[in-house]
Ligand binder design. Structure first.
Ligand code: PMP
Length: 359
């Protein structure tokens, strides 16, 4: 089936059409087993093979070095906001956090339940429209780690590279950017992401963590979220979200077929450049983010608020769905993850142009 609608939702987000078609074909009879993946036990040989394949794909696609383990855990990044602290705080009394918006703040709020938090830098005073220059960061050395949100899904700011900070364990929420670009693991201690943006559906998350950090967990860390325990159990300590594993493995196959994260990065740059270029020359729309730190994944924009309701109605009529901004800030936002093509971004730009001319 060829779909005409375009899903610009921030997540759960658009999946590649070929992945949806494969699921459709395989849903009743997976691998000619005569069974559905939906009813397959997680202790079967077939499911273990799927989990191993998924892990191997993550390692290959992201070029994850051998001294890192890859964990596939139930739940999303909100769960990990606490679990990462329980696993990584060790005997330290504090952790550094960079506050660049809604999701950084959410991570900080959870962390405060377990540790002191030192805000090493914040763009709150700038309305979260930028990322503070790294030279101005005030990092506490005697801290378990430094946490940053690689891409702020709501605000639309993104780190263009892993911050060049030495002698500090870097931890990053990559929920809305994992698999959209290559990652340099040199300075990374731990990254994590929910699946439902760039590599699958809601229900699971990935944690990629350096092995030497696995001995830091607080004793009260729940077993299912205890990184070292899950490492020993190959992420199958408890019943995992099996369908989410399956979808992730299909999406990663698709990413490889399309040329890997290097090619995703090129496309994402191209797509976002097309959209920003249009927004910047428009008299109606406005993207307020510091150009150096604009997200390639989530592009918020504002317009005269009296035009918004007509805008969303017209967009919907044209098959352009979920362009509404997050409820916390309003306005509009286009999420253009890997599965959104350049052609689809061009369709959005055509609509933006049409609306600007006629309204
Ligand atoms: N961090 C970021 C950057 C996100 O975009 C989101 C979800 N939109 C979350 C964390 C929370 O993820 P979840 O809802 O899967 O817990």
């Amino acid at each position: 089936m060829k779909r005409k609608l375009i899903n610009f939702n921030a997540g759960p987000a658009a999946l590649p059409e070929s992945v949806l078609n494969t699921i459709d074909q395989q849903i009743v009879n997976w691998q000619d087993m005569g069974l559905s993946i939906l009813e397959l036990g997680h202790r079967t040989l077939e499911f273990s093979a799927l989990a191993e394949k998924l892990e191997a794909s993550v390692r290959r696609i992201l070029k994850v070095p051998d001294d890192f383990t890859i964990l596939m855990l139930p739940g999303g990044a909100n769960v990990l906001f606490s679990m990462l602290v329980m696993n990584l705080i060790g005997d330290f009394k504090t952790a550094n956090y960079i506050n660049t918006g809604y999701w950084s703040k959410a991570a900080i709020k959870e962390a405060l339940k377990y540790t002191d938090v030192h805000i090493a830098a914040s763009s709150e005073e700038q309305g979260y429209n930028t990322i503070p220059d790294i030279d101005t960061w005030d990092i506490t050395k005697d801290a378990a780690f430094l946490h940053f949100t690689d891409n702020e899904t709501i605000g639309g700011v993104e780190f263009s590279q892993i911050p060049a900070i030495e002698n500090m364990v870097l931890v990053s929420d990559m929920t809305s950017s994992l698999f959209s670009k290559p990652i340099d693991f040199k300075r990374i201690g731990c990254i994590y992401a929910s699946a439902q943006k760039n590599f699958g559906i809601a229900g699971m998350s990935l944690v990629i963590v350096r092995r030497d950090l696995l001995d830091r967990a607080l004793p009260e860390t729940p077993s299912v979220f205890h990184f070292a325990n899950q490492d020993k159990s190959k992420s199958l300590l408890a019943t995992p979200p099996t369908f989410a594993f399956y979808v992730a493995s299909l999406v990663l196959d698709w990413i490889e077929e399309e040329g890997g994260v290097e090619s995703m990065a090129e496309r994402n740059l191209e797509k976002s450049t097309i959209l920003y270029h249009f927004l910047d020359k428009s008299n109606l729309y406005h993207n307020p983010i510091d150009k150096k730190h604009r997200s390639r994944m989530n592009i918020p924009f504002t317009m005269d608020s009296s035009k918004e309701s007509a805008f969303f109605n017209e967009a919907k009529k044209m098959g352009l769905l979920y362009l509404e901004g997050h409820r916390s800030i309003g306005g509009a936002r286009a999420s253009i993850y890997n599965a959104i093509s350049t052609e689809q971004v061009n369709r959005l730009v055509d609509f933006l142009q049409y609306f600007e001319t006629h309204y």
